[in-house]
Write a protein that binds this ligand. Structure first.
Ligand code: FE2
Ligand code: FE2
Length: 167
């Protein structure tokens, strides 16, 4: 592919991905305020942006097999753990930005688990099987990720078990 077109697809993928997420966040806000049709509108258009993002990503040739996709996922998580969040946290601390420090801390804690879980998943996929079928719980406050039984209290943010969403 020509380089200029490739960079445009990558930029469009980033923009559509952010729009997808932004609209889901707006939908949640609308739902909390009892505006269920506004929530539905945001969710529907978020899905359209996801379709666009997927099309751009596919056109870039970035959708590979499960093993390679897991490799990309692991690489992204490790970059966040080893470089991105430590550097971002340092700056936030230097600048006294408490909110950002907490937000980065929550993310960094979870990314460590994500890297482990994806690495185990890659081993399972390479062995010809699937990942184990147990429950996955995500803390809706901090993103703490648990495979197996839901904890009484989130070890990262301290919220109760009811904040966990099951997958
Ligand atoms: Fe992650
Ligand atoms: Fe949490």
């Amino acid at each position: 592919m020509r380089k200029m077109t490739e960079s445009h697809l990558a930029a469009a993928f980033a923009g559509e991905s952010q729009a997808h997420m932004r609209y889901l966040i707006f939908a949640q806000k609308a739902q909390e305020e009892g505006k269920s049709n506004l929530a539905r509108l945001f969710e529907a258009i978020a899905f359209a942006e996801r379709v666009h993002a997927t099309n751009h990503y596919r056109t870039l040739g970035n959708i590979k097999g499960n093993d390679e996709n897991l490799g990309v996922a692991i690489g992204g998580e490790i970059y966040e753990i080893e470089e991105m969040y430590p550097a971002y946290s340092d700056v936030a601390r230097t600048q006294g930005e408490r909110g950002a420090q907490l937000s980065f801390h929550y993310a960094l804690s979870a990314e460590k688990i994500h890297a482990q879980v994806y690495t185990q998943a890659q081993e399972a996929i390479r062995g010809g099987g699937d990942v184990p079928g147990g429950s996955i719980f995500i803390c809706s406050v901090c993103g703490h990720t648990v495979l197996g039984d839901v904890p009484e209290k989130c070890p990262v943010c301290g919220k109760g078990r009811e904040t966990f969403r099951q997958f």
